[in-house]
Design a protein. Structure first.
Length: 444
């Protein structure tokens, strides 16, 4: 039975619905004591998880029970914030008589970070560079569990939920076929004129700038944030690398706020951003200091909240990580005596304060969930949507496909996930994506 469930999840192409998209069939094929539902929704302005936990509480609990069965876990924990009152009420009705607990988290950033969620939920400390399984935990995203339930019922992953927020006429959370062009998603929210506007895919803290509005959404797309190109958050995000490094060399005053507020440092990880900035400033330093950059989760606290000089330690860390990786340099060994900083509880960053600091107060608004079936006639399904190898196409140009048909598979002996057609249509092209256009406008 266990192997059958894992195989169904594999066949359906289920991956982590947020973050890097770790293939779920690999994650659950482990033995664990605890399965944690990560419902804290780390990023400001996103609304997917909190709404799904309310309206689909029964399926989320069912998905949790399936993963508990597969992993042999004796307990399940649903971690979410106290402000998600509707979700809490809905979930409480579904867990009666089950070995599942609801863990209420404070409304701080970055609650929702996997390592923080494990610590807040269980008190267990995931070692630096390690995964939750190191402390007998498996962590799954809310939407991932919905997809697990569908997979067990032989329904593959074809759609994803995402929030559209920011400078839009109609903030909303909707379900769209994977591969939908970003510009089409924005049109649904009532936005057609994007002159002098920029779009972030993901959240305002860790999301990526969208370079081409025709690029598609993927299995891991959870949000699109539209802001004016003059918004301070966008101006900072679009600084060229050479200016970021020049500012770091000239302006860092070694106040160490970036370190004192770093969530990973507060969990006892070997990372001190102020020392990395000092190394950049002095154009010299030890390799051990540079290697600290590998411990950076790129949550953005240092550059969007902590730095009094408006510098970008997160971006500096990211650049250093890329260069070290090119040189084949590996991270330092984790600290043998990793302990939580005693000041951690006093240095949590309230989300309301963070939103204000980011200049996003006016966009902290409802984005109601819509289950409407929007007509999408053209999709580009990327072959790489997850950690691991890109999927291998098994269709040809000109071939007709129906929604749910298998179109790309995991390469032999590789780590990856299957892909399925998200609309009815004809294969138009195969590059780094499989392009499908609908037949006579029908994609239902």
């Amino acid at each position: 039975m266990r192997e059958d469930l894992i195989q169904k999840i594999k066949e359906a192409g289920v991956v982590g619905a947020g973050g890097a998209g770790f293939p779920t069939h690999i994650k659950v094929a482990s033995n664990a004591q605890t399965v944690i539902v990560n419902g804290a929704e780390c990023e400001p302005l996103l609304r997917v998880d909190q709404q799904l936990m309310d309206v689909k509480a029964d399926k989320i609990v069912q998905g949790l029970e399936i993963v508990m069965e597969i992993t042999g876990a004796s307990e399940g924990i649903i971690a979410l914030k106290s402000k998600y009152k509707n979700a809490i009420a809905s979930l409480e009705k579904e867990i009666v008589g089950k070995n599942i607990l609801i863990k209420i988290l404070d409304d701080f950033y970055p609650a929702g970070d996997e390592q923080l969620t494990v610590y807040e939920s269980t008190g267990r400390l995931v070692p630096q560079g390690g995964i939750p399984l190191k402390v007998n935990c498996v962590v799954d995203n809310v939407e991932t569990l919905l997809n697990v339930v569908e997979a067990v019922n032989d329904k593959p992953v074809t759609h994803t939920y995402l929030t559209i927020n920011g400078e839009v006429n109609r903030p909303l959370t909707l379900k769209l076929p994977i591969g939908t062009p970003i510009i089409k998603a924005l049109e649904i929210s009532g936005y057609r004129d994007l002159e002098n506007m920029k779009v972030i895919e993901g959240g305002p803290m860790m999301g990526k700038m969208v370079e081409d509005l025709n690029q598609p959404i993927t299995k891991t797309t959870k949000g699109l944030i539209v802001l004016s190109q003059d918004h301070p958050l966008i101006r900072k995000r679009t600084l060229p690398p050479e200016k970021i490094m020049r500012q770091a060399r000239v302006s860092c005053v070694q106040c160490r706020y970036c370190t004192d507020l770093c969530p990973r440092y507060l969990l006892g990880h070997k990372i001190e951003p102020h020392k990395i900035m000092r190394m950049v400033k002095n154009l010299q330093g030890q390799e051990e200091t540079m290697k600290m950059a590998f411990a950076c989760s790129e949550c953005g606290v240092c550059e969007q909240y902590a730095c009094i000089m408006g510098l970008s330690p997160r971006s500096v860390n990211a650049m250093i990580k890329r260069e070290l990786s090119k040189l084949g340099i590996k991270p330092c060994a984790p600290p043998s005596d990793q302990t939580v900083n005693p000041m951690r509880e006093h240095r949590k960053i309230p989300v309301k304060r963070l939103i204000s600091r980011l200049g996003l107060n006016q966009y902290d608004q409802n984005a109601p969930l819509s289950e409407e079936d929007y007509p999408i006639n053209h999709v580009a399904i990327r072959l790489r949507q997850n950690v691991g190898a890109p999927s291998k196409p098994i269709v040809k140009v000109g071939q007709k496909v129906k929604k749910g048909d298998l179109i790309a598979v995991i390469p032999d002996k590789a780590f990856g996930a299957n892909l399925h057609a998200s609309i009815n249509g004809v294969i138009q092209d195969i590059t780094d994506s499989i392009i499908i256009s609908s037949i006579e406008g029908s994609d239902k």
